[in-house]
Design a protein around this ligand. Structure first.
Ligand SMILES: NC(=O)c1ccc[n+]([C@@H]2O[C@H](COP(=O)([O-])OP(=O)(O)OC[C@H]3O[C@@H](n4cnc5c(N)ncnc54)[C@H](O)[C@@H]3O)[C@@H](O)[C@H]2O)c1
Ligand SMILES: C[N+](C)(C)CCCC=O
Length: 491
């Protein structure tokens, strides 16, 4: 397929015997892969400066209409979009599996999270309001919460549909428009979201998609009509985004990487701690920003913990991600799989997994599968403990005291998430108070209800997604002074 026609075009892409998809693209994909079977889905080229300019101009026009609508009117369209997502849940989830390689069970939950996020911000859209302040002599001031304009969204490949929704929902609720660039590894489902907003009655190009990699992303960041950049991805790219945005003094939201700790104390409910550790490491083939990959276990319960965690890791069903009983699908690409595997043999003891996996089904043979891995006898200075692996590799470390484990848990430049398992309520709150991380879990891990803010400390990011506070990251406050008397001039 080639599309140098620039304007959105509709293609029918035959994915396999059972599945076909209509894709609307602005510009073209670049060797888009069908990850879990390792086949190329289609060849497309990235959007260039002309395409990006066209998309931003169209979004600016849409902003003109959308920002003048009342919160109630915007909410109505967003709620309709949420209903459409609900009715197309299975189709979107299947496409996410094909695009990303994760299991259908997880993809359905991602679609639900996207829908809930749009519903949640629709609920907030009609409550956005300013403040009235009485001043001397009958004069007064009031504040207006105003949108920023055209926002750019740039997404990572691990939660393609969810990321597009987590960014667009608060942006649109506040009255902005958005041009979104998905990762070139997972370009499809953001386009489905654009279709859905349009079908729900949003003004044309209110949410549109440009395809491409870093050049397209950089064109968006530098575009003079882009008012804000919201980015999800790695720390090195986040740094570049901030640099580019700084040229135009544009605000940024940065949702970046992590190397999060999970602390399991001696008094934990061991069954729940093991479940928590698995949830903290193996969702989405371990390709999760908030994963608690440094699992610190009290030395007195380490043997029981390891026995149980290894047993359950070995039981994880790997294979065709479109099947309901599969719990682990394929990683996103061959280079990424190679990188993840390279972290396995670096000094720690491999307790299970960490090898390429070849499914028995011949149609899956070209996919990028590996067995989930637990590393024991890990030391703080090991590469597997220090660097974000972004794959199904859990590093287990032993500790003796609370003070010691807190110091070791915080000894990282990242601070996205952290978790603690204990039955002692005082210890739980004392520990989270001292953990330097933006999203902390007590006796659970990796749940992200859309009503609560999510984001990182330190190099894991700036700003928050979800929750009420995110309104502040997609709007600006205007103060209006109103004089009811004469001007008291000094001149
Ligand atoms: N904190 C969070 O909420 C969160 C969520 C998901 C993923 N992540 C992080 O994302 C990373 C994995 O995702 P990835 O490999 O797609 O990240 P990445 O940084 O390589 O790419 C992310 C996006 O940025 C674009 N991009 C790359 N270089 C660019 C440039 N110079 N200018 C503009 N855009 C550019 C990419 O095309 C892609 O769309 C991990 O580090 C993970 O922890 C964070
Ligand atoms: C929904 N999860 C699993 C917490 C993922 C949040 C987004 C991070 O990659």
């Amino acid at each position: 397929l080639t599309n140098k026609g620039r304007l959105p075009c509709k293609y029918k892409v035959n994915l396999c015997d059972q599945l076909a998809l209509y894709v609307i693209v602005l510009g073209c994909y670049h060797h888009h892969m069908f990850h879990f079977v390792g086949k190329i889905l289609c060849h497309l080229e990235p959007c260039d400066a002309v395409d990006v300019d066209q998309a931003v101009k169209a979004a600016k026009l849409a902003f003109g209409h959308w920002s003048k609508m009342s919160g109630m009117e915007r909410a109505r369209i967003m709620i309709k979009a949420a209903h459409i997502i609900e009715s197309r849940r299975e189709e979107i989830a299947q496409m996410e599996v094909i695009d990303n390689g994760k299991s259908i069970t997880e993809a359905r939950l991602d679609v639900d999270s996207a829908r809930l996020c749009i519903e949640y911000y629709a609920g907030l859209a009609n409550t956005l309001a300013g403040q009235h302040v009485q001043l001397p002599g009958g004069s007064f001031a009031y504040t207006r919460r105003e949108p920023l304009g055209v926002c750019a969204g740039i997404g990572a490949w691990n939660y393609p549909f969810q990321i597009a929704a987590w960014k667009s929902a608060p942006a649109l609720a506040c009255g902005n428009s958005m041009v979104f660039k998905p990762s070139p590894l997972t370009p499809v489902t953001a386009v489905m979201l654009a279709e859905i907003y349009a079908e729900a009655g949003a003004p044309e190009s209110l949410f549109s998609v440009v395809q491409g990699g870093q050049e397209t992303g950089s064109l968006l960041c530098h575009h003079p009509d882009v008012a804000k950049v919201s980015f999800t991805g790695s720390v090195p790219t986040g740094r570049k985004i901030m640099e580019m945005a700084s040229k135009g003094v544009k605000p940024v939201t940065l949702e970046l990487g992590g190397k999060s700790p999970l602390l399991i104390f001696q008094d934990s409910d061991l069954e729940n701690a093991v479940r928590g550790a698995l949830m903290a490491n193996f969702l989405s083939q371990g390709q999760v920003c908030s994963n608690g990959t440094r699992v610190f276990v009290h030395e007195n319960i380490l043997p029981q913990f390891l026995e149980e965690v290894v047993k359950r890791t070995q039981r994880i069903e790997i294979g065709d991600p479109l099947l309901d009983n599969t719990r682990m699908g394929a990683l996103v690409s061959q280079p990424h799989l190679d990188k993840v595997l390279s972290f396995v043999d670096q000094g720690a003891t491999v307790l299970c997994g960490g090898e390429p996996f070849v499914p028995t089904d011949p149609k899956l043979r070209g996919g990028y599968y590996m067995t989930p891995c637990v590393l024991g006898e890990c030391k703080d200075e090991m590469t597997c403990v220090r660097e974000e692996i972004f794959g199904p590799v859990m590093s287990v470390l032993s500790f003796e005291t609370e003070e010691e484990v807190l110091q070791r848990a915080n000894d990282t430049t990242m601070g996205l998430a952290a978790g603690v398992f204990t039955r002692d309520v005082k210890r739980a709150h004392r520990v989270v108070e001292n953990l330097k991380a933006g999203s902390c879990f007590i006796n659970n891990y990796n749940i992200t209800p859309v009503e609560v803010p999510f984001g990182g400390f330190k190099m894991s990011g700036i700003g928050r997604e979800n929750g009420q506070v995110t309104i502040e990251y997609y709007s600006q406050l205007k103060t209006v002074f109103v004089e009811m008397g004469d001007v008291d001039s000094l001149f």
